[in-house]
Design a binder for this molecule. Structure first.
Ligand SMILES: NC(=O)c1ccc[n+]([C@@H]2O[C@H](COP(=O)([O-])OP(=O)(O)OC[C@H]3O[C@@H](n4cnc5c(N)ncnc54)[C@H](OP(=O)(O)O)[C@@H]3O)[C@@H](O)[C@H]2O)c1
Length: 226
């Protein structure tokens, strides 16, 4: 893979950082965008520091689109265990996980449709299937993201633009907290899955598959609980 370009949103850490490094190794030109600065030093890399909840986010994003990349990966995400003492954090989770992606798509999609090509990937979660008492805003924001992106993918297929919704279980980054993290995959494995999506452009991609099935079963059985 050479002479290809990508914009990775949320890449100062975790999956976004590992994906950025891997794309650079594969010869891609990469622009990164994150709340924190980047330590990556590479002639094919440039970085923009911006918070996706900031008023000027779309304006700053627009500056990266003068020569529009073909691939966009929204890796930004936050989540904490619910506490009534920090109820205001719930709103922030929706702004970051859902509205940041919606704003990214609003900025990028018209350009890709005009070009009749390009690929937008979002990192959602298998938790989109759950009504989670531990982290209700995280699950709900991911449910909104998954539903929006998969619907939009169908809407713009005729325009030659692809959207993919990746739903991971636990991935070994700073986001995965807690004592029980079953079937957790490494960040490098997660990057392998993202690269598989870059190639195949599926609308929905869930890994580990077994975890996606377990979560569907939990959701189904929970309907019978009163
Ligand atoms: N790890 C998991 O178990 C798991 C499972 C399923 C899905 N996912 C999803 O995968 C994605 C990546 O997660 P990860 O594990 O790589 O998490 P991570 O290590 O916490 O990385 C998240 C990235 O998003 C950036 N970010 C957070 N808030 C931001 C904001 N307001 N504006 C701009 N950038 C912001 C962070 O930058 P700063 O460090 O500067 O804040 C960081 O670069 C997330 O959407 C997450 O929900 C993760």
């Amino acid at each position: 893979m050479v002479n290809k370009s990508a914009l990775i949103i949320g890449n100062s850490d975790g999956i976004g950082l590992a994906l950025t490094k891997q794309l650079l190794l594969l010869g891609w030109d990469v622009i990164g965008l994150s709340k924190s600065d980047s330590r990556i030093k590479d002639s094919k890399y440039s970085h923009l520091v911006v918070d996706v909840t900031a008023d000027n986010f779309m304006q700053k994003l627009q500056t990266t689109l003068v020569d529009p990349p073909e691939l966009y990966v929204y890796c930004v995400g936050i989540g904490e265990d619910f506490s009534i003492d920090s109820i205001s954090f719930e709103q922030k989770v929706f702004q970051v996980n859902l509205m940041g992606a919606v704003k990214t798509i609003e900025t990028v999609l018209p350009i890709l449709i005009k070009k009749r090509g390009g690929h937008i990937i979002v990192l959602s979660s298998i938790a989109d299937e759950l009504n989670s008492p531990e982290s209700p805003s995280y699950s709900a924001s991911k449910a909104g993201l998954s539903s929006y992106v998969e619907g939009l993918a169908l809407a713009v297929k005729k325009d030659g633009v692809s959207l993919s919704n990746i739903r991971f279980g636990f991935v070994d980054s700073k986001m995965a907290k807690g004592e029980k993290l079953p079937l957790m995959m490494t960040v490098d494995k997660a990057v392998e899955h993202v690269l598989c999506c870059v190639e195949k452009k599926p609308i929905r991609y869930s890994r580990p598959r077994i975890m996606a099935l377990i979560v569907i079963a939990i959701r189904w059985f929970s309907r019978f609980k009163v």
